[in-house]
Design a protein around this ligand. Structure first.
Ligand code: ATP
Length: 372
């Protein structure tokens, strides 16, 4: 597993039974969460799940209806934002347009009545840190979106806060700049060892940047885990469907490990031993859904003994460069095609083009099962 060296198991921030109601609408249920010292924690979830509200509560920009927040052992539950120790970066760059870059970055320091020479040195250091050492005298309007976001980051870090909060900081940027800044933010965060919470609805961004991901849905935490845990061992159908691509196959249980798919009784099995996340009822006849990732197929060396064999007719091909996603029509599975991933080389070697019939097998050790 890929893991950050900077994150420790010490708790930097702890949320206990945090709730938020807007009138009669419950935006956040009971949120319990421990953020580790130095980690990059990402709140991931669909629009409206409450991730921004949770970040704003941590920042003190929104007050919780109930519950407690403590930072490094200090109860900050009801402190105003200015008495909490964090830096924040918003989606819209939110720089002061009438101040220069240097004035923007030094803003928090001026407020703290730091000496001018010290401010100048610190601003210079921060601008170097974000890769814009010669931009001090420029105005925000003279900078690209990505550059403005780097300045916003420098401003957020100026007072060396113990906590960095990032609210969709990359979502207004173009694709190339987004990927570049992802790496920069991540390496800066690790270098400084600053505990960071980032909000995003972009699963790729979350998988890419997080030490741990908090997957949220409808005001509740669905799962907390490393990107790999979340991807490989989703704790719910929601997580399996929201993070990564997945095929959902209608099935009836024959038991815990055997299933009958579609209308024509296509039999699938899963390897025993990975039912840890199961919550379902697998009594014979109960409706379930099998979750299969596009990469979880065997296409070579299939023998009669290989389980979970499927014959599909290749349809639409989604070309992604080195890999391709191919939609297969499988007679037994009805109208919903099965999306299967091949490397470009496999596409050539196996001669996969639309209309071709291919036999492959779904990996029994990778099938996840959730209730219908
Ligand atoms: P998005 O990515 O769209 O911002 P989100 O996960 O960050 O989504 P929140 O902005 O936290 O979601 O909103 C959570 C829920 O609370 C939404 O249903 C939203 O409509 C509601 N909500 C947020 N702020 C308020 C408010 N001030 N008054 C009433 N309802 C609100």
């Amino acid at each position: 597993a890929v893991q950050s060296l900077s994150a420790s198991t010490e708790t930097a921030l702890e949320l206990t039974d945090v709730r938020k109601d807007f009138g009669s609408f419950s935006a956040l249920g009971n949120i319990n969460l421990q953020v580790r010292q130095g980690e990059m924690l990402v709140f991931l979830g669909p629009s409206g799940c409450g991730k921004t509200t949770l970040l704003r509560i941590i920042a003190g920009l929104e007050s919780q209806t109930a519950g407690n927040i403590s930072q490094n052992g200090r109860d900050i539950s009801w402190l105003p934002p200015e008495q909490r120790d964090y830096g924040i970066v918003f989606q819209s760059y939110a720089l002061f347009p009438n101040l220069t870059v240097a004035e923007n970055v030094g803003y928090g320091l001026v407020n703290r009545r730091t000496q001018r020479a010290q401010i100048r040195a610190r601003v210079e250091e921060l601008l170097t840190m974000v890769g814009l050492p010669t931009s001090a005298k420029k105005y925000p309007s003279q900078l690209s979106g990505g550059q403005q976001q780097r300045i916003a980051l420098a401003r957020a870090m100026a007072t060396s806060p113990k906590l960095l909060l990032l609210d969709e900081p990359l979502s207004a940027l173009d694709a190339l700049e987004r990927v570049r800044l992802r790496k920069e933010i991540r390496s800066l965060q690790q270098q400084l060892g600053v505990t960071t919470i980032m909000v995003t609805h972009d699963q790729e961004e979350a998988l890419n940047m997080a030490d741990r991901i908090v997957v949220m849905n409808q005001g509740a935490i669905e799962q907390i885990g490393t990107p790999q845990e979340i991807y490989e061992h989703p704790a719910s159908a929601f997580v399996a469907g929201f993070v990564g691509k997945v095929n959902v196959i209608k099935a009836k249980a024959l038991g815990e490990h055997a299933f009958e798919c579609g209308d024509r009784g296509l039999r699938m099995i899963r390897t025993p031993g990975d039912e840890s996340s199961d919550v379902g009822d697998y009594r014979p006849g109960s409706e379930v859904r099998l979750y299969v990732r596009p990469e979880d197929r065997i296409a070579e060396d299939i023998t009669d003994a290989t389980p979970n064999q499927v014959v599909g007719v290749a349809g639409r091909v989604e070309f992604l460069g080195g890999i391709c996603l191919v939609e297969f029509d499988v007679a037994e599975l009805g109208k919903t095609p099965l999306t299967i991933q091949f490397s470009l080389n496999q596409m050539h070697d196996l001669n996969i083009v639309p209309g071709v019939r291919i036999r492959f097998a779904l990996r029994a050790d990778r099938i996840r099962v959730f209730p219908a």
